[in-house]
Design a protein around this ligand. Sequence first.
Ligand SMILES: Cc1cc2nc3c(=O)[nH]c(=O)nc-3n(C[C@H](O)[C@H](O)[C@H](O)COP(=O)(O)OP(=O)(O)OC[C@H]3O[C@@H](n4cnc5c(N)ncnc54)[C@H](O)[C@@H]3O)c2cc1C
Length: 303
Amino acid sequence: MIQQQDFEIIIVGGSYSGLSAAMSLGRSLRQVLVIDSGLPCNRQTPHSHNFITHDGEVPAVISAKAKVQVDFYNTVQFYHGLAISCIKIKSGFEVRTESGLSFTAKKILFATGVKDLLPNIPGFAECWGISVLHCPYCHGYEVKAEKTAVIGNGEIGFEYVKMISNWTKDLKLLTNGKSDLTSAQLLILKNHGIEVIYEEIDSFIHESGNIQRITFRDQSKIDVKAVYARPPFEQHCPLPEVLGCELTEMGLLKVDMFQKTNIEGIYACGDSCIQARSVAMAVSSGSFAGASINKTLIDENFA
Ligand SMILES: Cc1cc2nc3c(=O)[nH]c(=O)nc-3n(C[C@H](O)[C@H](O)[C@H](O)COP(=O)(O)OP(=O)(O)OC[C@H]3O[C@@H](n4cnc5c(N)ncnc54)[C@H](O)[C@@H]3O)c2cc1C
């Protein structure tokens, strides 16, 4: 039960980056409300890697432990649910939730992450985060030297498969249709023993998310243990754009070196504004956003 309506800061998004910011702000004696709808982007992945002290941990265990630690600071309160609107008011901002509650604050921090837009390939969504992977630093070690396919095309696909070749040499590049690779790139791939398959993908055959085979439109198939793919994404939360926050060309919230957006009083952290997606990066930017907001409030009150 939330005991107040007005806060100094409302953090929308209470996963890794939001909780990290909440810890900085709680330790700075700030009145904070964290609003979280409980849908982090890594929720299907069984084990999260490459975050020191939590390597190989279940993602939800990391955030649950973080929440317990943040909850220790009694100026921080939590609301489980969706923020559906945020408007500018005289004293700052007013946020409304889908259950009809309304809260106000001087500053808003969006730690709302992004939503991956998974392709309509049968089996893809079921394998996402289990055997269809986005990042070799998060999951590459676990599938090192395994039969692996990379979905990509053109310069980006070439760079992606080159990167993955660090973890396995048993590699195929799937362009999933007409190739944009140059003849020079094709020659380099050939010299590294990387086969390029141009056929359109039909389906991913898997068992409980563990991929076994990829089938193609021409009835051909390949056996694989892992696939790397970078699906497009969009902002998980539309509210920053409604408020006028600018996006980068990549669709990330544009922030300055203090995690400030272009709209006075609105900040962002985590995947919503960082290109390199990882728990460590999200936690780092959340911690810094918290310190940055606290410094601004100190300056405003000390004038
Ligand atoms: C499949 C997959 C596997 C991954 N594996 C790893 C790994 O092994 N190691 C690693 O370091 N990184 C991994 N990552 C990356 C890592 O999960 C992200 O970098 C990290 O989750 C970003 O944290 P965040 O707090 O910015 O956003 P998220 O964790 O995505 O959290 C955003 C939160 O905001 C909430 N939210 C959004 N809109 C609203 C709203 N309007 N109102 C209330 N709440 C809202 C969401 O419900 C969610 O809880 C993986 C990512 C994916 C997609």
